[in-house]
Design a protein around this ligand. Sequence first.
Ligand code: NAD
Length: 496
Amino acid sequence: MNTRVQNFVGGDWRDASSSAFVDVTNPASGRTIGQVPLSTAADVDAAVQAARAAFPAWRSTPSPVRARVLFRLKALLEEHKEELAIQLTQEHGKILAETRGEVQRGIENVEHACGMPTLMMGDTVEEISRGIDSASWRQPLGVYGIITPYNFPVMIPLWFWPYAVATGNTVVIKPSEQDPLTHQKIVDLARQAGLPEGVLNVVHGGQEAVESICDHPDIVGVSFVGSSRVAEIVYKRAAMTGKRVQTLGGAKNYLIVLPDADMDATLDACASSIFGSTGQRCLAGSMLVGVGDAHAKIRERLMDHAASIRLGDGLDRATEMGPVISGAHRDRVNRFIDQGVAEGAKLALDGRNPKVDGYEGGYWVGPTVFEDVAPGMSIGTEEVFGPVAAINKAKDVDEAISMMHGSRYGNACSLFTSSGHAAREFRYNAGISMIGINVGVAAPMAFFPFGGSKQSFFGDLKAAGKDAISFYTDQRVVISRWSAVKADPHNLPEGS
Ligand code: NAD
C-alpha cells in the first residue's frame, strides 16, 4: 500500500498546503510505500494555533484525568504492539526483534508518564521564616515543539510527547520524513485513547518545518534529536526566540575491553552494539579498544562473528541484520569506508556492495571492520551510522580512556571487565554521560534521564526521567503568611 501521509491538526487528519512530497521506501526492497508532504511555515502555524487553543482546557484538566488518557494509550499500544513492530520493520528496515524492542521501550515511557500526578508534585517547607510557609508548584508552559530522527521513529517521539502532555502542555511534533508511518498509527491510538483535539498535533516535513518550529513565537520550548550538525543549529535558532531547548546529537561510542573480561559475553555485547539496527543507533559502539591481551582475543571473536552475519528482510526470521535507511545513506556509509582505506586504515572486513538474493533493490551494507585506525582518520572520528567498526589496541586502560577523550562526541561508552574496582574507576573518569559496564548499549530507561555530553548534547535538562518533568514545567514558588504572628525583626533567622 502506498500511503499519502497527512498532518494531524486540531484532532483531524488534513493535507499539508505544500505540493512537494518525499517518498518513504521499504529499505529492504527499495519500493515506495508512502509519500510525505514537505509542510510549510503556514502548516506549522496552523498546528501551533490548534495547540495553543487546546492548552487552557487541557491545562485545567485534573492531572489524574490526563494520566488516565495515557493509561488507555498504554493498553492500546500493548494491544497493537506486533502490528506496530511489523510496520516499523517495513519502513525502517531493522529486524523484527529490534522493532519489538523499540515499541516496548516506547511503551515504557508512556507507562512512566502515567505516574505524572506523583511525578510533578512540588515541595513545601513550613515555617521557613516566622509564620511563613513556602511551596513550589509545577505548572505547564504552553505549546512545545518536538523534532525527531529516523532511527527510532516510535521510541524517540515517545521519549517526549507523553511527558509534555501529561504535565499539561500541548504539542506540535515533526517526525522524521524518512519513516513517519508507524507513528501515524500511534497518533490514531492516542485519539482513540481520548486525547482531546489539539493536544497533540503532527506536521510532516523537513528543514522549513523545523525552522518554523524554532522561530514560532507561540512555541515555548523545543525537544530535538538528530545529528550534531542539526542539533547545534536547532539549539541556537530556537534559543534566539527565548525558548527552552534540549537537543540530542550524534555519537562515536567506545567499547573498551580489559583482559579480565568474560570474552564470550563481551563479544555478544559488542557485536550487538556495533551491528544491531545495522549500526544506526546513537548508542552503537563503533570504536572497539582491546587493552593488552584482550585485543587479540576480542578481535578474533569479532571477525568470526561479523563475517557470519546474515543480511536480509527484517521480517524474515533468519535475518540477523537489515538494510540501512536509504540509498543516499548507503552511499554515505560506503564513502566513509572508501575514505578509511584512502587514509591508510586496514580494512579487515569489507561490507561494501553485498549481494542479498531477492532484495537487489534494497539498501545494503555488510558488516565492516577496520584495524590500525590512527588518530585523526575520519573513520575513527566521524559518526558513520552504519555497521562499521574499528578495532584498536591500547597498552592500558588509561591509554584507552585517553583515546576516547580525543573524540568530540560524548554520548555513550562501555567497559568490559570482571573487576569492580576497574569499573568504579572507569565510571569516575569516563567523562561521558551514558556508561555501560559489561553492557554494550547503555540503553535509555524511561525512569532515568537520557542524553550525552560534549558535541552529543546541547542544553542542560535531558530526555525522560526527572529531567523531562523539569523541562516541561516551570516551578512557581509561593511564599505565604497566614499566621497571626507579626514579623519581628529580632526573631527572624539570619538573612530573612
Ligand atoms: P538528522 O539530523 O538528519 O534529522 C533529524 C531531524 O532534523 C529530522 O526531523 C529532519 O527532518 C530534520 N532536519 C534534517 N536536516 C535539517 C536541517 N538542515 N535543518 C533543520 N532540520 C533538519 O538526523 P537523522 O539522520 O534523522 O538521524 C540520525 C542522527 O540522529 C544520528 O546522528 C544519530 O546519532 C542521532 N541520534 C541521536 C540520539 C541521541 O539520543 N543522542 C538518538 C537517536 C539518533
